[in-house]
Ligand binder design. Sequence first.
Ligand code: SAM
Length: 279
Amino acid sequence: MSDKAAQYSKSSKAQRFWNRALLDSIPWPKTGCRVVDIGCGTGETTRALVAERDGVEGVVAFDKAPDRISFAERHCSHEKIVYGVADIAVASTLEVEWMAGAFTRALALHVFHWVQDQEAALANVSSMLAPGGDMLLCMGVRIPRAFEYVKEEIVRDARWTAFVSESDAQWRHNKTWDRKNETWRYPDPASGYRKLCENAGFDVAKCDVGAYEYEYESKAECRGMLEYLLPYTAKIPKELAEEYGEEVYRLYESKARKSESGRIMWDAQFLVVHGKKKT
Ligand SMILES: C[S@@+](CC[C@H](N)C(=O)[O-])C[C@H]1O[C@@H](n2cnc3c(N)ncnc32)[C@H](O)[C@@H]1O
């Protein structure tokens, strides 16, 4: 079992908090809902979905990372969920029976900002949906300024530079989770992405960038999420891990937004899309 999957499961309380609100923001039928959960990660949201919504008949949940799927199978199994490994942008990895309009609803929560070929991914979502089926997407478009600061500062510090590879150093310049070729993001991601969805055959009810915040319950929770997100963490030798973790937290805390009660916050911007496959 990979540490990375276990770490995601442990450090993704914020995602689960946002996912609950996102799932509550759309109506759920009382029966007959067949869901595909794209990029399901370690499966916590998938399991909560079937446990809490009686109208969900079954879920196929897949992820391109095999370690996340083995984790989900071990820790988040349910009789209504079938897990699998597949890449939403690569049709040949998606089961033939899924691609025949098998689902009434597609979810991709915190996934599509990682996908380079958006056109291929949206075309595949459309193939998996029955006519009139809908999709709910949520993707990151901006990370907190305090996290940008951590990314910049940590690689300037002589204690850590030896452990930062060139690709990590390039990653620190990525302020918006951008990937090459994502021309739709500029100048206005909401209208750019709306066009992509319309071109893929969706009626778009919502395609908005919004502010999404999360208040950490503890220092340990905040530190865990920061360490998980920074690619440098994996390179730090064990004997320096504690010092590194404290430094990452100190940097974030020094610039982070605080709630009224003084708690540290993660304040991000997401693009949220709700679209319906044209009949
Ligand atoms: C931040 S996690 C989100 C997991 C889960 N949806 C949640 O909200 O907790 C992003 C997941 O998307 C998966 N992913 C990224 N690109 C993907 C692709 N092209 N096809 C399928 N999964 C992908 C990653 O492996 C990762 O598990």
